[in-house]
Design a protein around this ligand. Structure first.
Ligand SMILES: [Zn+2]
Length: 119
């Protein structure tokens, strides 16, 4: 597909392959793809990341809670992707001051690359 446009059928087939993956494998595929879409201009860096978005019907402060999906620390897991579970580990990137989620307890912020401890 390099240098050309994928057909609608190509994209549908690719989407079908992604949907069949457990979430930690989907995240790993996106970790390899999304950073290629990072843009830097006028001293600002804009990164395309995956986010988990939840609407809370809180009476005091209702609204969307956006958490970035952190990339598992593959070195820590000996090349593996961490626990095969949903994005149930929660953490915080101190550098970006943003909440992150992951299937793994050791993961990297998708924006700045900082190590995040999740629980
Ligand atoms: Zn960060």
């Amino acid at each position: 597909m390099v240098g050309g446009m994928a057909t609608d059928e190509d994209r549908e087939r690719l989407a079908g392959q992604l949907v069949a993956l457990p979430v930690r494998e989907l995240v790993d595929v996106l970790r390899r793809a999304l950073p290629h879409f990072t843009e830097e201009a006028y001293g600002m860096r804009t990164a395309l990341t995956l986010a988990s978005v939840t609407y809370y019907e809180d009476e005091v402060e209702p609204g969307l809670n956006v958490e970035l999906v952190a990339w598992p620390d593959r070195d820590y897991y000996d090349g593996d992707l961490g626990m095969n579970q949903g994005l149930w580990e929660n953490g915080h990137c101190a550098r970006c001051d943003i909440e992150v989620v992951s299937n793994a307890k050791r993961a990297f912020c998708p924006y700045c690359g900082s190590a995040c401890g999740l629980t």
